[in-house]
Ligand binder design. Structure first.
Ligand code: NAD
Length: 245
């Protein structure tokens, strides 16, 4: 099976990857599905919506602070390294990612469309003051939301919360998906729209679709190739077959 994917990559001229939380679980970052307890102590709309953030920014940071801190210390794994290695050999045109962890860039991928934003930077919704998450957490965590420039409690990570528009990166991702002649969806349940719709858009424009995931997705039946397995192992096998180190 993995040999079939290597052949698809070798035959393609414009390969695009669409990644989800599953590419980062082997870096120690839980996905939403496996992490049944994520919402145990909080209502998702209180801590993951723009309305919840505006209503109580302290509650937002109390919930996310430790989770963001674990993202800062996470390092890329072989799935990220595979995609970066393919790009450096001119075999990966773009990575579209739903992840906010920045691990594709840290592995060396440069053409990355972060369609749900990034937790690494923050900005004030009132005055536009911008800084990094490290600098934000270096000060009093209870005051993380307070803007040092305008004093509004509206400093927010640059991640897309429920109720917010998708960033311009989504338009760029749509273009990349339409240009692909092979789209590889990796580590995503393909259940979150509109991003999951990019699979259909790519296919409609002539791309072959390969899906690599631990469990089945709603797009499996229409895909050209489906491999159910662990991404670290599959990525190492593919690196060997394609001569990517
Ligand atoms: P998801 O949680 O809905 O799906 C992840 C998929 O990956 C699941 O089907 C799971 O079976 C599979 N998976 C997990 N580990 C795997 C592994 N090692 N090998 C193979 N498959 C594996 O994630 P999603 O589709 O990205 O959508 C959820 C939303 O949550 C996204 O919007 C994303 O922005 C956000 N999120 C991001 C992160 C991150 O930045 N790392 C983490 C959690 C959630």
């Amino acid at each position: 099976m993995i040999r079939d994917l290597a052949t698809l990559v070798e035959e393609a001229r414009h390969v695009v990857a669409l990644t989800g939380a599953g590419v980062s679980t082997e870096s120690g970052i839980p996905d939403f599905r496996s992490d049944a307890g994520l919402w145990q102590d909080a209502d998702p709309m209180d801590v993951s919506s723009i309305e919840g953030f505006e209503a109580d920014p302290e509650r937002f940071y109390a919930f996310w602070k430790d989770k963001f801190a674990s993202l800062v210390s996470a390092t890329p794994n072989d799935a990220h390294r595979l995609l970066a290695g393919l790009e450096s050999r001119g075999r990966m045109a773009a990575v579209i990612t739903q992840n906010i962890d920045g691990l594709h860039q840290r592995a060396g991928s440069s053409n990355v469309h972060e369609v749900h934003g990034s937790f690494r930077t923050v900005h004030c919704l009132s005055c536009g003051y911008a800084t990094s998450i490290e600098e934000l957490f270096a000060k009093d965590p209870n005051e993380a939301a307070r803007c040092p420039r305008c004093d509004a409690k509206r400093v927010k990570p640059d991640v897309v919360l429920f109720g917010e528009m998708l960033p311009p990166a989504f338009g760029a991702a749509q273009t990349a998906a339409r240009e692909a002649d092979l789209l590889i969806a990796m580590g995503s349940s393909l259940a979150v729209y509109p991003v999951a719709g990019l699979v259909g858009e790519a296919q409609h424009n002539g791309a072959k679709i390969a899906i690599l995931n631990r469990e089945s997705t709603p797009f499996d039946d229409d895909a050209d190739l489906v491999i159910h397995g662990e991404l670290g192992k599959l990525s190492r096998e593919l690196m060997t077959l394609l001569g990517v180190s």
